[in-house]
Design a protein around this ligand. Sequence first.
Ligand SMILES: [Zn+2]
Length: 273
Amino acid sequence: MELSALLALQLAAGGSPPPPPPVPKGAEAPAAAQAPASPERSSADLYYFTPEEAAQGAKAFFPRLRKKGWTFDSDVPQAIQDQMRKDLAFMAQLAGEGASKLHQEIFGAVSGAAYKEFFDSRVTAIGLSGCGSGNAVACVMPLFGPSKMWLTDNFIKFSHPQIARMMVVYHEARHTEIMHGSWGHARCPAPFLDSRGREMKSIWTGAALAGEPACDKTPLGSYGSSAILLKNIQKRCTNCTDKVRMDAGLYADDQLGRITDAQSRRRMEEDSW
Ligand SMILES: [Zn+2]
């Protein structure tokens, strides 16, 4: 389907004019050709996809999914490739002692080898895209290949620490798991307040999160798993600097707030906090 046709479909479905469809260069055609009407995009935070998009992407790409290792598309700027390689190499050299139960279940031990295996066994390609929002850093768009990760120009302009950037990357890597519907997000409550009654905002963009599809109910989804990852690094990494451990704790505590189911949140706190 041509882009203009996709746009027309979205308009015909009664939605307001969508932002420019995030069809990236290098996207494979089959799934895009079956793009559903009116996919919602939120610019408040990380990229969002619908359960229908996840299912369609999984179906269209399933036979081609299981390829070990990943490659960069040729149009990913060298500086972004270099930063990503450096970041993944940083993750691959981490050492730790033990792991919480949920961390063990999701990633294995707190160790660089486990983190490298987690990423390499899920992500098959890395491309360049705007990810549908001027604020995005990285995304997985199931319709354009459910095991492909896209990085944006913000990846090297991002003012957050390296460990926070890796939190986004591992959040996105979790979204490649098609057998779990790519771990699509839940809508945040409205109003959405923290324990002190303040409005919940994105630590990445500062945007208000009330009513946005930027929360999870399960501890095992993208927000939960990446928060557990960083909390374990904060508490169990044996070769991290104090700064890395402090940053890891800060971002983990923030992302815990995205888990809106009280029981799931308690489970995470008892497990890793
Ligand atoms: Zn996400």
